[in-house]
Design a protein around this ligand. Structure first.
Ligand code: IMP
Ligand code: MG
Length: 187
């Protein structure tokens, strides 16, 4: 299913918030903790939530010193807007089975918590042996559903951010750093 082409947003600039270097250092730490936590696993199924986690998961798995399998799931709550719709739909399901397996869900941002809450319950219903969550960013001030990732890269204030895989209306995913969107239009 295709989506409508994103409309032109009002003019904005992106102010750097977390540098590429700071992200790389944190990803290394997270991967070390994950490697320790899942030591002895036969294979870790790393589940990336599309599309925002694609850069993060690519960097993270290359630092995890365990046998891994990579799978993807796409849930949608934002569309191209700045606000969560609070209604989570599964647009693309996993290809593999996770029953009885060690699973790490990788998310870009936990905001209201609706997405992760829904995805976590869905995956838990399939009977994994163990399921943990690693989120790059967390905006605790915005939480509406109580959920916390096992590992969080950075806690950030209530700002709309882009870069390192994260978009605003499908823009800016290719920025190597994370920055906040600042609108520049008059009025
Ligand atoms: P939640 O369901 O409100 O927790 O929304 C989580 C999802 O919303 C994330 O996976 C992102 O795709 C998206 N999202 C939340 N905050 C931002 C942001 O600041 N920039 C871009 N996307 C965001
Ligand atoms: Mg997302």
């Amino acid at each position: 299913m295709t989506e409508p082409r994103p409309s032109e947003p009002p003019p904005y600039v992106v102010d750097q918030m977390i540098s590429a270097k700071a992200i790389a250092a944190r990803v290394e730490d997270l991967a070390a903790e994950i490697t320790t936590a899942f030591a002895g696993t036969r294979k870790l199924v790393v589940v990336g939530l599309l599309r925002g986690s694609f850069v993060f998961i690519a960097d993270l798995v290359r630092e995890i010193d365990l046998p891994v399998e990579v799978d993807f799931l796409e849930a949608s709550s934002y569309g191209d807007a700045l606000e969560s719709s609070r209604e989570v739909r599964i647009l693309k399901d996993l290809r593999g089975e996770i029953a009885g397996r060690d699973v790490l869900v990788v998310e870009d941002i936990v905001d209201t918590g609706f997405t992760l809450h829904h995805v976590k319950n869905l995956l838990l219903s399939r009977g994994p042996k163990r399921l943990e969550i690693c989120a790059l960013l967390d905006k605790p001030a915005r939480r509406e559903v109580p959920i916390k990732a096992t590992w969080t890269g950075f806690e950030i204030p209530d700002e709309f951010v882009v870069g390192y895989g994260i978009d605003y209306g499908q823009r800016n995913r290719n920025l190597p750093f994370i920055g906040k969107v600042r609108f520049t239009g008059a009025g």
